[in-house]
Ligand binder design. Structure first.
Ligand code: KMH
Ligand code: ZN
Length: 304
């Protein structure tokens, strides 16, 4: 892996995993998403990974219209690079999932590099009463749900975004996903530097043990050499343990309420910016510096 002078913090503001009952701070409405994203950028996030939700129910909403309610406002208020999800939610079709990225042609879009079980049902032990009926169903359904990212699905997203010069945050939930990325690289369908987002701690993907983090990096080093830039995301309570280990190994960091609702044991984060400030402390404590949005654009060769 090429050693980078600066560390890129990505913030993922709302996602499609957590539900309104789990935290009053989870941004749902366009106003809340704008406020969360802008505050995260002001705290030091160079990239904003964005999903949309129905403002009435908090349900993930992957229509371009839903993104149109906040994207221009975020772009106007920050210089951060915009990253639009193509993952959407595991129960959406790939055609639905790609529409916002195809419509808004962002600098970055996520691209999930393989199919996995995506087990959210253990959260039912923690949360009993829900504000909305869909929340229980959303967690329950993951007992028998595959987050489908077949080779054809990945190719479809690549082809749909090809003419837009959008670059990708390659979400790799397991070692096999690095090999899938290598397959697309060998076919010339993706171009270096590859922005590899290693996701640790989803039930169905790789765990959060320090050995898992080391194994992910060693494998990526062997497959991609200097042609990739590494970022990590630890799900839930593993967020900062994974971030600290990987940052010390040269990684970039992703935080935000999409990935974890927490700012310490039993303490809800009040915004994604809270977590950016915590990540910043780790980075600066290691004697490293944060990348500005323009430095991130240079490091990842974004279109700007
Ligand atoms: N929620 C993350 C674990 C996507 O949006 O494409 C993965 C993610 C997927 O962010
Ligand atoms: Zn996402």
């Amino acid at each position: 892996m090429a050693v980078q002078g600066k560390v890129i913090i990505t913030t993922a503001c709302t996602g499609a995993i957590h539900t309104p009952t789990m935290s009053e701070y989870l941004p749902i409405t366009p106003d809340e998403i704008v406020a969360d994203a802008v505050a995260a950028a002001e705290a030091g996030a160079a990239i904003l990974h964005l999903h949309a939700r129905d403002p009435e129910t908090g349900k993930p909403d992957q229509t371009p219209e839903a993104f149109a309610r906040f994207l221009p406002r975020i772009k106007q208020a920050t210089n951060a690079a915009i990253n639009i999800t193509t993952g959407g939610s595991p129960y959406m079709t790939v055609e639905e999932r790609v529409r916002p990225a195809a419509t808004f042609k962002p600098e970055v879009a996520s691209l999930n590099m393989g199919s996995i079980n995506f087990g959210l049902f253990p959260l039912l032990e923690k949360y009993k009463d829900f504000k909305f009926d869909w929340e229980r169903q959303h967690l329950e359904s993951t007992r028998d749900l595959v987050f489908r990212n077949s080779f054809a699905n990945i190719e479809y997203i690549l082809e749909t975004c090809y003419d837009n010069d959008t670059r990708f945050e390659f979400e790799c939930y397991d070692i096999a996903h690095l090999y899938n990325l290598k397959h697309f690289a060998d076919r010339g369908l993706v171009k270096p530097p590859y922005f590899v987002q290693s996701v640790f701690g989803i039930l169905g993907g790789i765990g959060t043990h320090p050995e898992d983090v080391i194994h992910m990096k060693r494998t990526a080093d062997r497959l991609f050499g200097d042609d990739y830039r590494w970022s990590v995301l630890g799900a839930g309570s593993a967020q900062f343990r994974v971030a600290a280990q990987a940052a010390a190994m040269g990684a970039n960091i992703r935080v935000g309420l999409e990935d974890s609702l927490w700012a310490g044991k039993g303490k809800l984060a009040t915004s994604s910016a809270d977590q950016v400030r915590m990540a910043r402390k780790i980075v600066e404590g290691l004697g490293l510096e944060l990348a500005t949005p323009d430095e991130a654009r240079q490091i990842l060769q974004l279109k700007g």
